[in-house]
Write a protein that binds this ligand. Sequence first.
Ligand SMILES: *[C@@H]1O[C@H](CO)[C@@H](O)[C@H](O)[C@H]1NC(C)=O
Ligand SMILES: *[C@@H]1O[C@H](CO)[C@@H](O)[C@H](O)[C@H]1NC(C)=O
Ligand SMILES: *[C@@H]1O[C@H](CO)[C@@H](O)[C@H](O)[C@H]1NC(C)=O
Ligand SMILES: *[C@@H]1O[C@H](CO)[C@@H](O)[C@H](O)[C@H]1NC(C)=O
Ligand SMILES: *[C@@H]1O[C@H](CO)[C@@H](O)[C@H](O)[C@H]1NC(C)=O
Length: 445
Amino acid sequence: MSCRSCYLLLFFFLFPLLIPALGSKREDLEIRIGPIVIGGSPAPPPRSLQPCDFENMMQYKAYLVIQRFKQTITCDPKNKTGSWSGPRICNNDGRGYEGFYCETPPNLHGPKNRTIASVDFNGFTFVAPTVCGFVDQLPQLALFHANSNGFGTTVPDLTNLPFFYELDVSNNKLTGGFPTNVLPLVNLSFLDLRYNGYNGPIPPSVFDIQTQVLFLNNNKFSGCIPYNLGNTPANYITFAFNMFTGPIPNSIGKLCNTLLEVLFLGNQLSGCLPFEIGLLKNATVFDAGTNRLTGPIPLSFGCLRKVEQLNLAGNLLYGEVPEVVCRLAKYGHLMNLSLSDNYFTSLGPSCLELIECKKLDVRKNCIPWLPKQRSPEECAWFLKRPKASCPTAHYIPCHLPYEGADQLDSAAATGADQPAADGSKDRTSGGYTTYKALNHDEKKP
Ligand SMILES: *[C@@H]1O[C@H](CO)[C@@H](O)[C@H](O)[C@H]1NC(C)=O
Ligand SMILES: *[C@@H]1O[C@H](CO)[C@@H](O)[C@H](O)[C@H]1NC(C)=O
Ligand SMILES: *[C@@H]1O[C@H](CO)[C@@H](O)[C@H](O)[C@H]1NC(C)=O
Ligand SMILES: *[C@@H]1O[C@H](CO)[C@@H](O)[C@H](O)[C@H]1NC(C)=O
Ligand SMILES: *[C@@H]1O[C@H](CO)[C@@H](O)[C@H](O)[C@H]1NC(C)=O
């Protein structure tokens, strides 16, 4: 990992230094020689490029791979491939092949050994049947970014690319079951499969990939979220807008130090919210809106001291909106608590203040004395239904900051954890890494 980071860093630092002079002379020469007709006979066909025309043999081989891939592109509305000819393939200085960037692989030395390390087709809107036979044939590749193109089939076998660590194939036309070719790539640090046509279950070993970012949203994945979710080291995870069923695995509690944002939004998840969610002490976004989750909100949610966006709207949750959760607006960082479209019947006292300052939305519930609630018939119908048993809903796995304080405000004054000052952050839900991933275009953390 550290070696890989150096590689990338080098790549960006060297970038501006490599700019001038090198290749312009040969081009001038070719332009001048080109049209001369000797002795009235027609010009010979242009000499095809030889290995000696390139900076090194690796670049010549990459050139052949690129030219072969170019033939398969059926649509290039931005004429990006217009620049894909001649021996100067590296675009580090803006005068090479658009989308291709070079760096010296970590196991070689010297600038003369540089070759394609990064392919960035983000937004190119290419159409081609597949990137198989292309990406996998660039052996020194570290990054492949291809957001918003029309590539089909699936992810190629990249196990022969020892330096590869970032894969973004979001918003393409990839189909079939989960792309098992990514599973051996345990050293990936970025895996973005969102906005494709993938379907079926996701294999448990996806959570053994040592990635920081795992975006799976907006496909047609189904089945349960594998039990070993707690293995993933990812900081940002999106399961949103698939067809996942079953419960949120309680191994999620193992992500207590690492998970920063997670979106379960827009699936068919069911069962109780596991109390282990309350262990996610670094999480700023927890969103399980629009599912079929039921039971009360576990009191452990009162331990989510860093949570800013907490969305559970559009589920089958009921009971009281816990006072300990509403207090997170004062003793934590809670800015937006969305609980509309559930079956809650009462509120803790602090929750009222949150409604007033528009941080809590409880419309379309069953709270008798509040406006914009469900009809009494709907509420009566739900009340009669058999209820899930959620035995750990009352367990609080932390020391709540205000416990034992005479006045609620005194805990905030201890400075043990900085409470969110009102308006200190001007973040709407658009400002978060995972929420950005709900747009189909490119957004990096
Ligand atoms: C595409 O780009 C190349 C190189 O920039 C240029 O020579 C060519 O005329 C362009 N083609 C179209 C159709 O614009
Ligand atoms: C390229 O890498 C090879 C193998 O490590 C090394 O022997 C050679 O000196 C390098 N060439 C340059 C010009 O850096
Ligand atoms: C992943 O990285 C580790 C440590 O750098 C290395 O030993 C291992 O071979 C790598 N695995 C793969 C599949 O690249
Ligand atoms: C989680 O929080 C702790 C303490 O606030 C911090 O030291 C740690 O770096 C955080 N982890 C991540 C992944 O941000
Ligand atoms: C609060 O969260 C809900 C659900 O995620 C979202 O629809 C709404 O836009 C958010 N409000 C603000 C002010 O961020």
